[in-house]
Design a protein around this ligand. Sequence first.
Ligand code: PRX
Length: 662
Amino acid sequence: MSNERAQGLLLDRLINSPLQHASQSVFKDMTSYEALCKEAQKEPELFWSRLAQEHLQWDHPFSHVLDKSHAPFYRWFDDGALNASVNCLDRHLGTECEHKVAIHFETVDGKVTSVTYRTLYERVCQLANALKERGVEKGDRVLIYLPMGDEGVVAMLACARIGAIHVVVFAGFSAIALHERLQDTGAVAVITANVQCRSGRELPLKAGVDDAIALGGCEHVGTILVYERTATAWPRQEGRDFSYAELVSQQPTECAPVSVSAEHPLFILYTSGSTGKPKGVVHTTAGYLLWAKLTMLWSYDIQPSDVFWCTADIGWITGHTYVTYGPLAAGATQVIMEGVPLYPDASRVWKTIQRHAVTTFYTAPTLIRALIKAAAQEDVYAPESYDLSSLRLLSSVGEPIDATAWRWFYEHVGHGRCPYVDTFFQTETGGHVITPIPGVTPLVPGSCTLPLPGMDVVIVDEAGEPRPWGQGGLLVIASPWPAMARTLWRDDERYRQSYFPEELGGTLYLAGDGAVRDEDTGYFRITGRIDDVLNVSGHRLGTTEIESALSRLDHAVAEVAVVGQPDPSTGEAVCAFVVLKKSDYGEEVARQIAQELRQQVARDISPIAKPKFIRFGSNLPKTRSGKVMRRLLRSFAQGEKEAQDISTLEDPSVLDHFSVIY
Ligand code: PRX
């Protein structure tokens, strides 16, 4: 092919989507993007130091930028002091932001409360005072188990205000998962609600906290604060449990912030890894906050007139960075929605954008797929039936977005005039890593394009050697960055082994994803996890964790293996291969056990981890050395049995038994 033709084809694939009302303050064009990347490469410490001075409000300035002496346990700006809640709230008081709406909170029944920065500040101070009254101090862990709402944001910032470390647990997690996190962190207080309102039902939440504590070993929990979302009564233990009305409402609306070191832990957030126990990812104050704010400016060109809506729950990293810290540090107005965007139906999404004149819509590919399906069913669910002209930017995260869904979103929702910002990042990276600059980076449907300035992303082989464009490999980040996780809670060694493996030389951060760079553009495409972690509707789930839950049904189960299976609606679905103890069961019994297995997973982890497919067989396929052949199971689950090499299999006929799906 001639060069010109190749060039032509390449240009055909690229979409230049100008950003309306672009501020152009940081990136005017690709040249300014490249200049910033060069600045970061040439003098990384100067680059980060300049940004940290410009974008954060410090109580005490830092003089060290990066301490590498205990790599990979890096420290950033560590002799500086600041407070995260001051950076999100106090710094806006006395500015035009003070009486601006910080949060439009919309309940499931459509009631909207608009909270200004001033009111948010006062609510945070009141809750911080209540925590102090209960003896919570700097460095204490406070577990937050709340439904999606403005109260969750207040709770996170109240902890930050007094230097307590928050541990948000998604309200869909079970009492057992909660117990594990309570014990691991030694939390002294829990902030929860009597109930959460989801999909037309009230689900008890406080009772889940009681169940978790009843599992034992949680004597360190001295306070449970209960936000009364409804009038429904909740079980109370005198001296330990308090309602907001009792303890918070009467508190003063001022609370002096505790100045903490830049490296003071801001939060612990649990996520799944390849082994059974969830990882308590630790983020510290300054570096994380800096990136939360910068990425709002860089990835979203956030401006005072914007209305930002991120659909993530605060139980995940996207909710931490792009609901709580990023939008507030940037002084933005945002929408927070209680419940799920698809309840009562898909029109809720479009009505919300229309009602609040949302400009920036950040969601997950799994929601986009559901919206596409709904739009095809009835006009009332179609985006065209609503006035979405306020939108200027669309964005997604959590999973790869296929080109067809990308185009639908871009054309039907954004009418071809809103850049689509596909953001790749992880709990451990704190904020965006690979992401187009809106209005600047030419877009390719389905690609997260290029790393943000300062993010030294490389694709390497198993020995840590760089791979050429066009050839897939492991995604690594080769230089430290301020928002990186610092460690795993009380498990430095696991942090080192999981993210800085010796096989790659011990200095490269291993993301756990495969990736490839496009031969023409150099754009990155994420090819999926390389470890035993699944991605179901953008939720990260460890196969070992699910296997442990299934094995706990030990009266019935002899052995299990869990793999991921591509799924048109959830991206990936959980598929469990189960060997039962008894071999003489009929269809009816199998069906009943399958149901019990699903309940067991919901009870141990969360309903989101329930296997969609359960297959029963007499033996798991193993190599002669006794290892379960997961690759083979994955291909089998996808119906690719014939293509597999089964020569190393002890008994090649074992797979036939697994053909029925329950
Ligand atoms: O596999 C990648 C996938 O989600 C993983 C991170 O999951 P978690 O820590 O729960 O954070 C999710 C939200 C940031 C990654 O290792 N992932 C995230 N974003 C993308 C993605 N895969 C493809 N494209 C993305 N944009």
